[in-house]
Design a protein around this ligand. Sequence first.
Ligand code: NAP
Length: 267
Amino acid sequence: MATNTGKRVALVTGGGSGIGRATAVRFAELGYSCVVADIDESSAKETLRMLQTPGIAVQVDVTKATSVEAMVTAAVQHFDCAFNGAGIAERATATIADTTEDEFDRVMGVNAKGVWLCLKYEIAQMLQQEPVMSDPAKWADKPDVCRFRGVRGSIVNASSIAAHYPTPMHAPYGASKWAVLGLTKTAAVEYAKEGIRVNAVCPGFVDTPMHHRNMEKLSPGEKEKTESWHPVGRIGAPEEVAEAVCWLCSDACPFTTGEHLKIAGGS
Ligand code: NAP
């Protein structure tokens, strides 16, 4: 699905685990150098060792402006793609009345504020970069596409299928993923004419450490229901999300911005 776009650089937050790790691996397979960023530097380094292309591992806390700014500075070698994948779920399920303020702030801090901070510093850096024509021959007979394609950069944010349905017992997580959709659409419109595309992926249940931690909170019956919730009858693999992220970042879709792509087995 994704196209090989040659020598480019991709920044991946949450790159030490799950969907972020699979996305860094796929970017590298497509020839991108990667900046693998995670709150846990050792897991980011572990991902880096799995890559076929050179890259760097960076420790980042996406809830802290100084940390995100430092990550972007470390990645400053003209990165033109970013996947903002860092995210967390609640420690335990709870109704709204039983959810603590601390838990709401914690989840919103990583999932919503974290994406906003990443957008803020990534976009500021992209705006300083000269537009790149990585494959001018492909669009030679379509000058309008060349003029308006995402030549400065492309950013994909991790939202969730939870932003398409109510999320009883998971209000902070659901709210944070709806917020990601709002940020995505707003950034897409604000920077469309600057050659920066911003899209979101909305995965269903995906087989990652986060999913396994969530499943441990459920009873066996609830767990079974969750696993078979998607019409295709299974949960997703992180590589299936990674493929869509890399496609959204590639030159294959210059007219695609502000989209929320569900990757959820028909849900
Ligand atoms: P994961 O395996 O837990 O990976 C998330 C990574 O983000 C972890 O390495 C985590 O580190 C890191 N992280 C947490 N807080 C951070 C912070 N403040 N700064 C930087 N990095 C931080 O989760 P995943 O399932 O791959 O999820 C990736 C994204 O997809 C998340 O945004 C998630 O909400 C979204 N998503 C997942 C699913 C699913 O079913 N798996 C479905 C829909 C959407 P620690 O492990 O040390 O906390």
